[in-house]
Design a protein around this ligand. Structure first.
Ligand SMILES: Cc1ncc(COP(=O)(O)O)c(C=O)c1O
Length: 322
């Protein structure tokens, strides 16, 4: 656990104190039907009911508050397919700081509207990670703004880790948790929190098909070739192909090497199952974890009786459903 000095339980507990007054303690739900279907106790952590509709507020708030403790901030800027953008816009407004959010052109309207509603300026980039990052750096330089990275910053990772602390407080006997992975901030932060609080807990990463996290995780080094790219997936929250430079080593240390990979139709089915059994509207990134529960139920050891599923976001374009 060589990376624990950079993200550790003390820092995550400090993040809890820092952000607690600003966020909801989100509820945990169960469905008797799902429990019967998979023959386990499944606990759904409802972060789609978090302010701004996703867990991302935890990381964004902790990050901005940490930066404020150490420096003067003229404003903040970030790049995000939407949820981190909304969260940063909301957090900045709360703290009275101007914000610029760079979003790829393909971002759903619901997410752009929310960013504008929170008072941030939107800049549109091309759909490539390079275009997003370049525009973000350019705007940071031009305006003297501080960059709030969506996942590859320990202040963000520690903020996301507060979710793990909260989940285990609500359900102390969790044996395994399924977490959707894009840049890996959520999974890395929650892994540090969960494994430090109970080293026996298994953390399973859920990925959209094509991410190929398992090969690199098993090798313990990055096997992806070429530049960062966006995956072709219905889950716009899970578009990042390669996890971050800071998050990947944490996942190598703490997550299970079995990666749960789900396809577009499976993620759509996960969203439907959430509506059908839990009556909860979630986005595809969260549907991925629901889908993985059903697809990989036989792979999870039988002794894992109590399974946690993080419903990480609910910002779905409702027109796509009805
Ligand atoms: C709803 C949702 N779930 C999961 C993720 C993945 O988070 P991370 O990039 O920290 O892996 C994102 C990222 O945008 C998201 O918006």
């Amino acid at each position: 656990m060589s990376h624990m000095s950079y993200s550790n339980l003390t820092q995550i507990n400090n993040a809890v104190k820092r952000i607690n007054d600003y966020i909801h303690e989100t509820p945990v739900m169960q469905s008797n039907v799902i429990n019967t279907l998979v023959n386990r106790n499944v606990y759904f952590k409802c972060e789609h009911l978090q302010k701004t509709g996703s867990f991302k507020l935890r990381g964004a708030l902790n990050n901005i508050l940490c930066k404020l403790e150490n420096q003067n901030i003229n404003g903040v800027v970030t790049h995000s397919s939407g949820n981190h953008g909304q969260a940063t816009a909301y957090a900045a407004k709360l703290l009275n700081i101007p914000a610029i959010i760079v979003v790829p052109k393909s971002t759903p309207q619901i997410k752009c509207e929310a960013i504008k509603f929170y008072g941030a300026k939107i800049f549109f980039s091309e759909d490539t990670p390079q275009s997003r990052e370049e525009l973000c750096y350019k705007l940071a330089k031009e305006n003297g703004y501080t960059i709030i990275h969506p996942y590859d910053d320990y202040d963000t990772i520690n903020g996301q880790g507060t979710l793990g602390v909260e989940f285990l407080k609500q359900v102390p006997n969790l044996d395994a948790v399924l977490i959707s992975v894009s840049g890996g901030g959520l999974a890395a932060g929650c892994s540090v929190a969960l494994k430090n609080l109970n080293p026996k807990i298994r953390v399973y990463c859920v990925e959209p098909f094509g991410k190929e996290l398992e090969e690199s995780l098993r090798a313990g080094r990055r096997l992806w070739k070429g530049e960062q790219k966006c995956l072709d997936t219905v889950a716009e929250g899970l578009k990042v192909h390669q996890p971050g430079q800071l998050t990947f080593p944490i996942l190598c240390d703490l997550a299970e090497q079995n990666i749960f990979s789900v396809t577009n139709p499976e993620m759509i089915d996960g969203v439907k199952k959430s509506m059908k059994y839990l009556k909860q509207v979630i986005e595809h990134a969260a549907g991925a974890a629901v889908a993985a529960l059903f697809k990989y139920n036989k792979v999870i050891p039988v002794e894992c009786e109590n399974i946690g599923i993080i419903l990480c976001g609910g910002n779905i374009n409702v027109d796509s459903l009805l």
